[in-house]
Each structure stands twice: as C-alpha cells, then as structure tokens.
Design a protein around this ligand. Structure first.
Ligand code: ADP
Ligand code: MG
Length: 991
C-alpha cells in the first residue's frame, strides 16, 4: 500500500444571490448585484452608482429572478435563456464535489456564510420541495451505495449539533447537558465532541427522520431559551466508511455541512457607548472563524503568520481540518440582492475573497480494517392530524411548522415547562414547551369548539390582541403565548381549505401585533409627505420597531423570571419633536426602562438594548441550567447607574429679538409623543450692555438695521408649572437646558428638587458684538429649543461644559463669534496671545462703534446747520407735497440727510407706532406658530369610537387657528393704514 500524496487545493468559493423577500419588495428595494459568465459577481454602491466592485469566485449563482414554479412547487428556469440557478444546479457543482471526495476517502466540508435571511439554510437544507445540499447529498449517497455490488460494506453515521453561546448541544439527544458537550483533543483524531450521538443509518429515510427530529429539538431549544437560531451554528456530520473486505482495507471520509450563524452579528457595535462589554460569546465562534480565515489567507499570500487561533473558539476547533488541514473545503456565500443590505453583502463578498486564498492539504483516509459495533437506530413517531392543533411559527423559516400541539377532546393545560429535558418525539398528548410560566393557558376541545383560556396574569395574544378571558378559536387564528411564542391555529379538518399557510409567517404575526398596539407607518408620520409614499426614514423606524417588539417582550420575560423588577417599553424618540426651525427631527427607536419598585427610569438606545439582550440571554441560560444566576450589580445587564432623563422640549421663537422686541411667554414642554410634560414661563429681553431692558423706542423696522451692531439680550427662565415627572414621584428633580445659535455648549439651570411648580429665576445675558447677517436670519427663522431633564435620586446633575465660551468685558456670553473665532483659529499663537488679541479686537470693535455714533451725530448736526443756513439765505417755499408722498411708507428708513427736522421728528413718531403695531403682530404670530406645531403633531386616537370627538376637536382647533391668523393680519393692516393716513395728513399740513 502506498501513502497517498496530499493534494493541495484552495477553498472553493461560490456566491448565490436570492430573490427579493416580501419585505424587500414592499419597501421598493433595488437590486445591486449582477453576475456574469458563471463566476463574476458585481456589486453597485446604491449611494454612488458609479462605484462598482467586482469579485471573481469559482461559482456565481444567479437565483434572483428568471424562474418559475413547476407543478411540485420546485423553482426552475423560466426559459432557456434565463441564467437562473436552481437547487439542482447548486447541487450539481457543490454536492457532487462533496460526494466524489467522500467516495475517494477525503474529508470534505461545506460552509454556508452570510447575513441572516440571505439564503444559507435554503442552500444547505432547502425548503419543502426545493431540497438543499444536505438532503440531496444523503439521498444520492444511499442511491449509490444501493447500486454497488461486490465484497464491500458501507457504514454511514449521522450527527447533528448546534453551537450557541460557545456551548454545544447535541440535536439528536433528548437530554441537554448543562453547560453543553465538551470539545476534547485526541493525538490522532484531533478535536472531537465528547459524547456526541452519531447514529448509524441504513437508508435515506432514516436520515430524513433524524434531521426532522434535530430541527425539532433546535426549535424547542430556541423557543425555550429566548434564543434566536440566527445566532447559532448548525453542524451536520456524516461519517462515511467504505470497507473493502477482501483487501482488509477501509476508506473513511468525514462530511461536514455547516450552516453558520448570521454574519451580521460579527460587527455588532451594540456595546458602543455602553457601560458593559458586548455580549461576546454570542458571536465568538464566528468572529474567530474570520480571524482563522484571515490568518490562513495571509499565510497563503506568503506573509509570516505565527499563530492561527483555532483553539480560541468551539467552531474553529471543530473545523480545524476544514481550514488549512486535511479536508476539501467549499464555502457558499449567500447574499441578498437588496440595496438596503449593501454594506452587509459587500462584507460577505470580502470575507469570501479571503477564504478563497486558503490552501488545504487533503489526504485519502485509509486504514486497516477493524470491526465496530453498531448503535441502535432511533425511531420516530407518526402523528395524526385529525385534531385541531397549533403550528409553531419561528423567526427562522427553517424552524417554522416544526412543532405541533394537538388539542384532543377535553381540557388540556399547558404543562409546566419541561426543564431541562425536552423529549425528542412529541407524542400526541405532549404539549409544546413555551418559555412561559407554568400552566400558562388551557385549551378545551368540546362539541366541535376549541377555546383558549389564559391563566392568571399569563399573556395570550390572539390575532394581535391580548385576551383575558376564555376565547373561541377560529381556523387560522394567530396566537402568541408568553413573550414571543407564535402559533397558527389549525381548526378541525372540516374547516380547513386549501389555503396557503405560508403567508402567516413571522412578519405577519409581528405586523399584526404592532398594528394592534397602534404602531403603523402612518402613525409614525408618513402622512406628512403628501405623495402617498412613506418617508424612507419612517419606514426604517417602523421596521426597527417591529423587529425589536418581540425582543423587548422577551427581555421583559427574562427579567421577570430573574426577578429584576424592571419594565421595558419600546418608544420612538422624536415621534413628535421638531428642531429649532420646526422641522421634524430624525426618529429612532429607543427603550424606556422603569424599575417598578424604585421608579428609576433609564433610556436605552437601540444598540445598547441589543447588546444588553445578548448579555441577558447569557445570564438567563445560566439560570435555566440551574447555575447561580446572581451577578454583581456592576455586571448586571439589567442594571445601570441612574442618569438624567430627557422629558421634553419647548420652542421659544426668537423672531421678536430680530426687531429688538421683548417677548414673554408660557410655552409647553412636549415629550417625544407630543404630549405636554410641563409649562415653562420664559422671557427673552433685548437690553443694553449694562442689562437695562430696551424700550419700545428701540424697536427696529427691519432687522438689517441691527447688522454689524452690538446686540445684548437676556434669556430668563422664570418658572416651570405642573411637571408630570414630579407629579408621578415627589422626590424627583428637574434641570432645564438650552443651546443658542453657534454656542457649542448647553446651558443648564441649577437642579430643583421635589416641587411640581418650581421657581427657576435664572437669567443669562448674551452678546453679539457685531451682529452678522446669519445671526439675524437665525433669529427670524429659529426657535430656542429648551429641554426639560428629569433628575432622580442618586443621579449626576447636568452641568454646562463651557470650555470655548467667550465672554465680554462685562462678563456676558458671546454669541455670533464666527468672525472672531476665525481670526483666533488661524493665528498660530499661544493662548495668552489669543486672549490678548481678542481683547484688542474687542476694544477696536467698541471704539469703532463709538466713532460711528459720533459720526452719525455730527452728520445730523451738519444737516441741521445746512438747513438753517439755506433758510436764512433764501426764503424758498417748502417742497410740494406730491414730491414727499413718493417716499414709500414701508419699510421706513432712518432720518436721512435732506429731510427737514420737522419731517424727521414726525416720521420717527410714525415709525414708532408702526413698530408697536409690528410688535403686536409678531407676538400673535408667535402664538400662532406654537399652535400650528401642536396641531401638526396631534394624532388620531386608536379607538374608532373616539374618532368623531377627535375630528370635532381638531376642526375646532383649526377654526381657532384660522381666526387668530385672520384677526392678527386684519389688525396689522388697519394699523398700517391708520399710520399711513396720519403720516400723509402730517405731511400735508406741517406744523
Ligand atoms: P438564512 O438561513 O441565511 O437566514 P434562509 O435560507 O432562511 O436564510 O432564507 C431566507 C428566506 O429567503 C427564506 O424564506 C427562503 O425561502 C428564501 N430564499 C433564500 N434563498 C432562496 C433562493 N435561492 N430561492 C428562493 N428563495 C430563497
Ligand atoms: Mg438559516
């Protein structure tokens, strides 16, 4: 016998692009993938369509379009010109390769990589009639064995495991070992899983049954532990041994078929900004697989690689032979065609590119014959479907419809959860296992009617609506039991038709639940666009909301079982908030966490919540396994130090300031849902540098008159009224903060505690030394957004960090300093020099202003003198009235050279009156703006019965709003008309 030479071969890499999912179609996705000549894949950047990247792999499968269903439901090419790649095509290349290698005695491995929902399981396992590589390989293997005649014996064993959180679970075993099975190392065998069941099989039907059972266990486990299958790796191993009896020789091949966890977890940035590290074990295996592949790819490119980290994770230990070792390996990279997935898809293609470089050295595994005993075969149980039953619906379509709960005649309680051993088979009367409380609900099947009754406080949702009493079930009702166990109710055989059950998928359940909770694209503000299409950012928030909804329910349930006393709620940040110009702010989902006993409140971002949920799952798993689930407070994913909580914002429109008018208002603090949190009494007062409030005589007609001048104003927060945060809990406190114009820091008031109507009385003076056009524009179009923050016992108060705030010589805070900053930024001077320069500049500005004033006074005096001189020299008649009337009444100008002193004085008088009229007008416009913003955010009630009063109220508000506008305009018009009349009369009859 000769020693077979190792054959060096690279990892074969295939890419496969799937059709659009329903969700992608609904949101109008565009395809960013194209493929050519069976090997080339091009991806286009949706934000920058000229930017394309091309990858060449061994195989490129176009399964996106160009297909149709045959009578058995199998997807086939729609016509001969279609480049569509079917399951058969994929099997033809990859599956056959696996079988050939196996027959030759090589180890072989196929990995499916890609983000969740990209089609990994579709290629590996398949759906229904569209069988994937795993069943087809097994089927063909046995077909080939059956055809063999001769003095040979064939042994096939099958095992199936799952790696979740770095723990191995035997999917063919009825018992779950706490902590999972262990990976051990053997000098000869390398790494292996100790105690893993490897079941000998004699035909394909046996394998099919084992796979079914394995999937059942996987589904049950995923439901029981609130664990998503997208985060677990599934490894199917077929040991194939050929025994050549006459030659006393064996050839052995290990076929590993791996459906990897969703790759999107790899770069989970959830822990960014979180106190706790990322839930690391969740994706350790996948991250480390990437590290191993990178190291091997580097080595293949001639780089010096000191260490390949096989040992750093469970998966890489098991896959060691497949990666740079004794195996022929292929990788199928599954990708989504949609523009929304561009980043993920690109990263999958890059990953595949690296994997392609790996070089393996596969050898034929032969050895001398030794006899082995056979383990007993396992049996499966048939089920009958004449009873009404519940069919499970999982987030992962592979795990949907795997579990059935038959409702036989009589009353059935949901059993206590079978911790820690789910049975492998589901006998008729056995109920499915929910991660829900003991005796969750009962089902009765009497007189041809099935009823469900929730027990105690247990959650049962039927068709999106929670039920509290006995409820009759109808064929195809949707049930959610506990946090997130979804079931489709299948009625009596007589009720069943030929309906398509596949439309009741996971998305259907979640959308239905969201709609029942009053969350829909419309409610999130899509209506505002006017073109009937939802704003993409609103759609994105909606998708996030629906996706997070079940996760929040699960987190609540884990918290409940772990006795954390927390309540988590999904909220939409900025649902009804506007920026300083009144435009809607970017919306995002967030999670509000409330401690039920202490009433402490936290706000978590989406990323933080996702990270925390991983960590909660780790803790929960320990709890389920009976391990101590106690953690130090600092490490507890359910705990955080308390922080100040954003309660709401109020808008104070600054327009009057642009006319040097004072404004004093009561404005509402509105929370993210648009409801009132408190009322703020505030004033914004133009003043002199010394802080003296300006009077009516300082009002200007045109903000441009203020251009280049010094402007001083005070923002005074007087008091707050009716703060809800304090009505809820009297020991709480508040702080108020605001930021104005170009200042980078927020000014916070001092904290006030334990009072619902606190007196604030804080006034800050701001100065624009040289009011710029931009600043004046800002005042006319923007509001000061004042934020209300809730303080709770033990939380740090908010403080104004003002490192780069500049102050005037009087100590006022300077705004509109761009010009000064530019001078300071460009000068390469030390800070001392900067402040020196700045002081000089300040002085210069003040001197210039002084000179300007002197100049103006001199000019006026000059004009006066000229006039008296002229009067004395020639007794000329006054100008004709018609000439004077040509001076336009609006906008009024400052007294200019050429006017007589009398006209000047008379004009200044009418200007002041006009200013007063304008002041009244702007003030009412302010009220109108406030009303308009509030009107914009009123949302119709969920209850249809309340719709009529709502519409009535809304039209009343619109009427009031319209009247306010009308009366303000009318008043302005009549005031202006009066002033013009008076002015004309004054000019016609001077003196
Ligand atoms: P993954 O395992 O990567 O999470 P799945 O294999 O479950 O993704 O695929 C997600 C969905 O897309 C499933 O409903 C599946 O039927 C569908 N799908 C995936 N690939 C294809 C394909 N090549 N042809 C048709 N449908 C596909
Ligand atoms: Mg899958």
């Amino acid at each position: 016998m000769t020693t077979p030479l190792p054959s060096t071969d690279g990892v074969r890499v295939a890419v496969r692009v799937r059709p659009f999912s329903q969700r992608e179609k609904n949101s109008g996705s565009k395809c960013v993938i194209s493929m050519h000549s069976g090997t080339t894949t091009t991806i286009q950047d949706p934000k920058n369509p000229e930017h394309r990247k091309t990858f060449i792999f061994d195989l490129a499968y176009w399964s996106h379009d160009g297909f149709q269903k045959d009578q058995d439901g199998v997807l086939i090419s729609a016509d001969p010109s279609s480049q569509f790649a079917s399951q058969t095509d994929v099997f033809h290349d990859l599956g056959r390769g696996i079988l050939d290698s196996a027959w030759q005695g090589y180890n072989t491995t196929l990995l499916a990589y890609g983000q969740t929902g990209s089609g990994k399981s579709y290629s590996m396992v398949g759906f229904g009639a569209n069988k994937g590589i795993i069943p087809k390989v097994c089927e063909e293997l046995f077909q080939a064995i059956e055809k063999k005649e001769g003095n040979e014996d064939y042994q096939v064993t099958f095992s199936m495991l799952e790696i979740y959180n770095e723990q191995i679970r035997d999917l063919l075993s009825r018992t779950k070992k706490p902590g999972g099975l262990k990976v051990r190392e053997d000098q000869q065998l390398g790494f292996y899983v100790d105690g893993l069941k490897s079941v000998p099989c004699e035909n394909y039907a046996q394998i099919e049954r084992l796979m079914e059972q394995g999937t059942k266990v996987r589904t049950t486990a995923s439901t029981n532990m609130n664990a998503s299958s997208s985060r677990s790796h599934m490894v199917v191993t077929i040991q194939f041994k050929q025994v050549f009896l006459d030659r006393h020789l064996t050839k052995q091949s290990s076929i590993n078929l791996v459906d990897l966890a969703g790759s999107e977890r790899q770069k989970s940035s959830g822990s960014e900004g979180d106190r706790l590290r990322e839930g690391s074990r969740v994706n350790l295996s996948l991250t480390n697989l990437g590290n191993v592949i990178s190291a091997l790819a580097d080595a293949a490119m001639g780089k010096r690689v000191l260490h390949v980290p096989y040992r750093d994770s469970v998966l890489t230990k098991l896959l060691q032979p497949a990666l740079g070792g004794n195996s022929r390996t292929a990788l199928i990279a599954a990708i989504s065609p949609a523009d929304l997935c561009y980043e993920e898809t690109l990263s999958t293609l890059r990953y595949a590119e690296r994997a392609k470089k790996i070089q393996n050295k596969a050898v034929v595994n032969t050895s001398m014959l030794m006899r082995e005993s056979k383990a007993e075969n396992s049996k499966a149980l048939l089920m009958t479907e004449t009873f009404p039953h519940l069919l499970n619906v999982n987030e992962d379509p592979q795990l949907t419809g795997v579990l059935k709960f038959f409702i036989q005649t009589g009353t059935r309680h949901l059993l206590p959860r079978p911790r820690p051993r789910p049975p492998l088979h589901l006998p008729l009367q056995t109920l499915v296992f929910f991660r829900i409380s003991d005796k969750h609900a009962s089902f009765t099947n009497l007189d041809g009617t099935v009823m469900v009754t929730p027990h105690g406080q247990c959650k049962v949702v039927v068709n999106g609506v929670p039920i509290v009493a006995k409820t009759k079930l109808q064929h195809l009702d949707r049930l959610i039991l506990g946090s997130n166990s979804a079931y489709l109710y299948i009625g009596f055989p007589a009720e069943r038709g030929s309906e398509d059950l596949s439309r009741f998928d996971y998305d259907f359940f979640q959308l239905e639940r969201a709609a029942a909770e009053g969350v829909s694209v419309d409610k999130l503000g899509a209506a505002g666009r006017g073109d009937g299409n939802a704003d993409p950012s609103v759609l994105a928030v909606f998708q996030d909301y629906v996706k997070l909804m079940p996760l929040v329910a699960e987190a609540n349930q884990m918290g409940e079982e772990l006795d954390k006393g927390l309540r988590m709620e999904l909220k939409v940040k900025n649902l009804a908030s506007s920026d300083s110009r009144g435009y809607d702010l970017q919306k995002e989902v967030m999670v509000k966490v409330t401690h039920q006993r202490t009433h402490e409140v936290w706000i978590w971002s989406k990323a933080k919540f996702i990270n925390r949920k991983f960590l909660m799952e780790e803790l929960y798993q320990r709890f389920l396994e009976g391990e101590a689930s106690h953690v130090a407070r600092e490490d507890d994913p359910f705990w955080d130090p308390v922080e100040a909580v954003h309660l709401g914002s109020a808008h104070v429109w600054l327009q009057p300031l642009a006319y040097c008018m004072r404004l004093e208002e009561q404005v509402d603090f509105l929370n993210c849902d648009g409801t009132e949190e408190a009322v703020l009494h505030v004033h914004v007062t133009p003043c002199s540098p010394g802080g003296q409030a300006c009077g009516d005589e300082d009002v200007v007609m045109d903000p441009l008159e203020l251009l280049g001048k010094r402007m001083d104003f005070q923002i005074g927060l007087v008091r707050c009224l009716g703060i809800k945060w304090l009505k809820e809990r009297a020991e709480r406190g508040v702080q108020i903060g605001y930021r104005i114009y170009d200042l980078s820091s927020t000014f916070y008031t001092k904290p006030v505690w334990k009072t619902v109507n606190p007196q604030i009385e804080e006034t800050v003076q701001f100065t624009a030394l040289n009011a710029s056009q931009e600043f004046l524009n800002y005042l006319q179009t923007n509001a000061l957004v004042v934020e209300l923050w809730g303080l709770q016992e033990g939380c740090a108060q908010l403080s104004s960090s003002q490192p780069d705030v500049m102050v005037t010589s009087e100590g006022h805070i300077m705004v509109d300093t761009k010009k000064i900053s530019t001078v300071m930024d460009t000068s390469q001077t030390t800070s001392n020099q900067i402040s020196e320069l700045y002081m000089k500049l300040l002085k210069l500005e003040q001197e210039t202003e002084l000179l300007r004033n002197v100049n103006r006074a001199l000019r006026e005096e000059n004009v006066l003198l000229k006039h008296s001189l002229q009067k004395v020299a020639s007794a000329k008649p006054a100008r004709k009235p018609s000439d004077t009337l040509k001076v336009p009444p609006m906008p009024a100008q400052l007294p200019a050279a050429g006017d007589s002193p009398h006209v000047s004085a008379q004009r200044a008088g009418s200007d002041r009156e006009l200013a007063m009229a304008l002041k009244v007008f702007y003030q009412s416009m302010n009220a109108a703006r406030g009303q308009f913003l509030r009107l914009k955010h009123y949302k119709p009630p969920d209850d249809d019965g309340l719709l009529r009063p709502f519409v009535h109220q809304q039209s009343q508000r619109l009427k009031d709003f319209g009247e306010l506008l009308e009366s303000s305009l009318w008043r302005l018009k009549s005031d202006v008309a009066r002033i013009v009349r008076e002015k004309r009369a004054g000019l016609l009859h001077p003196g």
